[in-house]
Design a protein around this ligand. Structure first.
Ligand code: PEP
Length: 255
C-alpha cells in the first residue's frame, strides 16, 4: 500500500475567525471552487459557526469539523463542548491537540489522549495534531518529541479505530509564521510518524493512515509538499480563510 491508495485530505482550520454570517459567505465562495476535488475537503470552524457551516455545505463535498472537544460526555464543565454534542449536530471531524491549544490552554499529551478517546467513542474522526517546537528541532529531538506525542495520544486506540484517525504533523515554528518546513523536512517527520504507527500497530495499518502536513501551507508551496510520499494532505490555517487560496491547495492535492 502506498500514498496512491491513501485518502488525501485538505482541511481548513479557521481558528477564532469568522462570525456565522462571514462563515456562510466564505463557504459559499469555497464550495463551487472545490466541487470537483479528488480529495476530501474539510472546514474546521469555531463552535458558533458549526450549524451555519453544516447548512451552507449541505449537498456539497465539503465536510465540517470542530476545532476541539472536551473528554467528558456532559457535566459541570462551564464553557466546554462534548464530542457527543458535536456528533449529535452532524459534525464528522474534530481537531485535537492543536499547538495553540497546547500553548495557550494547558493541553498536554495526556489530555489530548482523553479527548481523542472521547471523540472516537462519539463516532467522530480525529485530526490529531503533533509537532515540535523550534527549540526541540534545534536540540535535535524532533523525532523523539513527535513520536512521544503520537504514542501518548493513541494510548487505548485500537488498530480498527485507526481508520478514524488522521494525523497532522505541524511543526510549531511553521504555524502562522510564514516559515514552511521544506518538503524534505515534512516528508522526514511524516515518515517517522508512520514508523511509530507501524511499531504500535502494524505496517499495513500504518500505510493506511492519512498524515497531513500543516504550517504555512499555501497555494504556492502546496504542490511540492504534497508530492512527497508520506505527506497525504494538509491542515491549513491562514490560507483556508481565502477561498481561492484554499481551493488552489485542494487542486494541488487532487492531481
Ligand atoms: C494551523 O492552524 O493548523 C496552521 C497550519 O496554520 P497556518 O497554515 O496559518 O500556519
Amino acid at each position: 500500500m502506498n500514498k496512491a491508495v491513501r485518502k488525501a485530505i485538505i482541511a481548513g482550520n479557521w481558528k477564532m475567525n469568522k462570525t456565522p454570517n462571514e462563515a456562510k459567505e466564505l463557504l459559499t465562495q469555497i464550495t463551487p471552487l472545490v466541487k470537483d476535488a479528488d480529495c476530501d475537503v474539510i472546514a474546521c470552524v469555531p463552535y458558533v459557526d458549526l450549524q451555519t457551516a453544516l447548512d451552507a455545505t449541505q449537498g456539497t463535498n465539503v465536510k465540517i469539523g470542530a476545532e476541539n472537544c472536551h473528554w467528558e460526555k456532559s457535566g459541570a464543565f462551564t464553557g466546554e463542548i462534548s464530542a457527543e454534542m458535536l456528533k449529535a449536530m452532524g459534525i464528522e471531524y474534530v481537531i485535537i491537540g492543536h499547538s495553540e491549544r497546547r500553548q495557550y490552554f494547558g493541553e498536554t499529551d495526556v489530555t489530548v489522549n482523553k479527548r481523542v478517546r472521547a471523540a472516537l467513542d462519539a463516532g467522530l474522526t480525529v485530526i490529531l495534531c503533533v509537532g515540535e517546537l523550534l527549540s526541540e528541532r534545534e536540540q535535535g529531538i524532533t523525532a523523539e518529541t513527535v513520536s512521544l506525542q503520537t504514542k501518548v495520544a493513541l494510548q487505548g486506540v485500537s488498530a480498527e479505530e485507526l481508520s478514524k484517525i488522521v494525523i497532522a504533523y505541524e511543526p510549531v515554528w511553521a504555524i502562522g509564521t510564514g516559515l514552511t518546513a521544506t518538503a524534505d523536512q515534512a516528508e522526514e517527520v511524516c515518515a517517522i510518524i508512520r514508523n511509530v504507527l507501524a511499531d504500535l500497530y502494524c505496517e499495513k495499518c500504518a500505510q493506511a493512515v492519512t498524515i497531513q502536513y500543516g504550517g504555512s501551507m499555501n497555494d504556492a508551496n502546496a504542490a511540492e509538499l504534497l508530492s512527497k510520499e508520506n505527506v497525504d494532505g494538509g491542515l491549513i490555517g491562514g490560507a483556508s480563510l481565502v477561498a481561492e487560496k484554499f481551493a488552489a491547495i485542494v487542486k494541488a492535492a487532487s492531481v
